[in-house]
Design a protein around this ligand. Structure first.
Ligand code: GDP
Ligand code: MG
Length: 601
């Protein structure tokens, strides 16, 4: 196909604003999927994506579209729709998908208006010099306020409200006009067809039958089956076993030229060998310059993952090995814990990545898992100048610490203006510094804060939602590190530290953490034959203590006090009659007590 007849675009939107539904309508209208085989959210292939209604791995599809020109002649075009993952955890993947496009449909729910991810994605699109087509979706909804939100949208991108398209992904209204607009407004790809081949990898998925399927956008030259290619970041060469387009299933072709989007298969077995962001070129007389810098995925959040049933450990290992084939960002290494036994310390791109991974392990591999409190990456410098990278409280160095650096994020919060006070108060308690505030309209406001990532991963989103009745939206990106006054708090049972409860916290929160953990454990741990002190300590300094009195003969050995109803679901999952006791020094603790203490709020 001539580049002049190609348009590469993506749809960017806040979650739930209707991106997948709109993509479905486009598949149908262009005849790529007939109504019979149509199912909701065709492009969201993973079960978990369909259930949660979010797109985790991007999918792209080739759509034929004919437009009648001014002379009344029909002209055929090829549109490549690139479906980007919508969540902050996957910013780098989103940015690579955007880099494969010339334009973006900016989709906004006509009953909701602009939200935090709308803005975050818009900024990424503008950084990539994409042409933006502003669209209000769900105009079929009785609650839609198209005038109001068209003004908001026009204000943000600097166009006239009349240029904002009105569509409904549900009824299909306005979708044809939108496809025409894609052809009319988005520039066609430009590249040198005689230059050595260069293509960018913007997604890579593992398929059990075919190995890794890599999605590419060709910039220069042409790639053909059976040619040898070089992956420029890994400097490995591979043979192109298959080259094709997605329509919407993979269809082999004789090659991909300038501006085309499609897939390649090279026989590699692991997505790490075919990395998002890498440039491929011909292995002989190839290009020397890459298409933008390749960036390794960097885990931002770490947490321990343990099977509830210790005998499931080998199963967990196999499951992680399998997931990794399809997830270049997931890292893990074995870890053992007094309280929880053998497990893995896993690194994730963010909280959602953590949740998805855990969900998949439980769902696809039938594992029952417990995860420890998430931790960020700390850089600890000692008095003697030595440095430690700490992703696990148990690796916190002993000795004199000179300073600690922690990751800082820039967050954008969008909310109805009546909640400004509540949001500011919340951000203050989370060590936030306000960067600015703008009104999107009279009633909606955008607040910008910088904040330690550690404060965000500790239930910030839930707290924000509950203070704003669910109306606020949040997006954040890492912007560097800052020095923080951080300490490690240990929890000790009869003088023995319980590793799973150690936490790195800001000095001002240390006491509160110590008190809440000692109180919790006091309620959860059954009485023993002897008195058991429970202490919270920073180094050798005890900051909180409780004591479990010794058991008396007439006292029934009742295990639990307190409210563990929230834990019930997890506890129910455990097989009956298999009460696992863990020894911490001389103290016998049911594993359930540890799990309950880790899981409640
Ligand atoms: P995504 O998260 O942006 O991919 O959003 P989805 O396409 O999954 O849609 C989120 C929800 O909005 C689903 O319940 C859809 O059925 C609904 N929805 C999407 N588009 C429309 C629309 O045009 N009109 C109405 N009434 N509902 C829609
Ligand atoms: Mg979706």
């Amino acid at each position: 196909t001539q580049p002049e007849r190609i348009r590469n675009f993506c749809i960017i939107a806040h979650i739930d604003h209707g991106k997948s539904t709109l993509a479905d309508r486009m598949l149908q209208l262009t005849g790529v999927v007939d109504s019979r085989s149509m199912r909701a959210q065709y492009l969201d292939r993973m079960d978990i994506e369909r259930e949660r209604g979010i797109t985790i791995k991007s999918q792209n599809v080739r759509l034929p579209w004919a437009v009648t020109n001014d002379a009344g002649v029909k002209e055929d075009f090829i549109l490549h729709l690139i479906d980007t993952p919508g969540h902050v955890d996957f910013t780098y993947e989103v940015s690579r998908s955007l880099a494969a496009c010339e334009g973006a449909v900016l989709l906004v729910d006509a009953a909701q208006g602009i939200e935090a991810q709308t803005l975050a994605n818009l900024y990424l699109a503008l950084e990539n010099n994409l042409t933006i087509i502003p669209v209000l979706n769900k105009i079929d909804l009785p609650a839609a306020q198209p005038e109001r939100y068209a003004a908001e949208l026009a204000h943000i991108i600097g166009c006239d409200p009349s240029e904002v398209l009105h569509v409904s992904g549900k009824t299909g209204q306005g979708v044809e006009a939108l496809l025409d607009r894609v052809v009319a407004n988005i520039p066609h790809p430009v590249g040198d067809s005689d230059a050595p081949a260069r293509a960018m990898i913007f997604d890579s998925v593992y398929d059990i039958y075919r190995g890794v399927i890599t999605y590419v956008r060709v910039v220069d030259g042409k790639i053909r089956p059976r040619e040898k290619i070089l992956m420029m970041s890994t400097k490995t060469t591979h043979e192109l076993l298959e080259v094709g387009v997605i329509s919407p299933e993979p269809v082999p072709t004789k090659g991909l030229g300038v501006g085309e989007v499609g897939y390649i298969i090279t026989g590699v077995k692991d997505v790490r060998q075919s990395r998002v962001g890498d440039t491929i070129t011909s292995s002989v007389n190839g290009a020397t310059e890459t298409l933008g810098a390749y960036q390794d995925p960097q885990p931002m959040v770490y947490s321990g993952l343990f099977p509830l049933d210790g005998s499931d450990f080998p199963l967990l290992r196999d499951a992680l090995d399998k997931l990794r084939l399809n997830d270049a960002a997931l890292t893990y290494e074995p870890e053992s814990s007094t309280a929880l036994g053998f497990g893995y310390r896993c690194g994730y791109l963010g909280l959602l990545h953590l949740e998805i991974t855990r969900d998949r392990l439980e769902r696809e591999f039938g594992l029952d898992l417990i995860s420890t409190a998430p931790s960020v990456v700390y850089r600890v410098t000692m008095d003697d100048g030595s440095e430690h990278v700490v992703t696990n409280p148990s690796d916190w160095p002993g000795g004199k610490i000179a300073h600690v650096h922690e990751p800082i994020v820039k967050c954008t919060i969008i909310s109805p203006s009546e909640y400004i006070g509540a949001i500011m108060e919340l951000c203050q308690t989370r060590r936030g510094t306000m960067g600015g505030m703008d009104y999107l309209s009279e009633t909606r406001v955008e607040l910008r804060y910088t904040m330690p990532l550690a404060e965000i991963i500790f239930d910030f989103f839930d707290a924000l939602k509950s203070r704003t009745r669910g109306y606020a939206s949040l997006d954040y990106e890492e912007i560097g590190t800052e020095e923080g006054d951080l300490v490690k708090v240990d929890i000790l049972l009869q003088g023995e530290p319980v590793d799973a409860f150690s936490a790195i916290v800001h000095k001002t929160n240390a006491y509160a953490y110590g008190v809440s953990m000692t109180e919790k454990l006091h309620k959860l741990i059954p009485r023993q034959q002897f008195e058991v002190p429970i202490q919270a300590a920073i180094g050798a300094r005890v900051i909180a203590r409780e004591s479990i009195r010794a058991m008396r003969k007439d006292v029934l050995a009742k295990c639990y006090g307190g409210d563990i109803s929230r834990k019930r679901k997890l506890l129910e999952k455990q097989k009956e009659g298999k009460k696992r006791m863990k020894m911490v020094g001389r103290v016998e603790v049911p594993q359930e007590a540890f799990i309950a203490a880790l899981s409640t709020d």
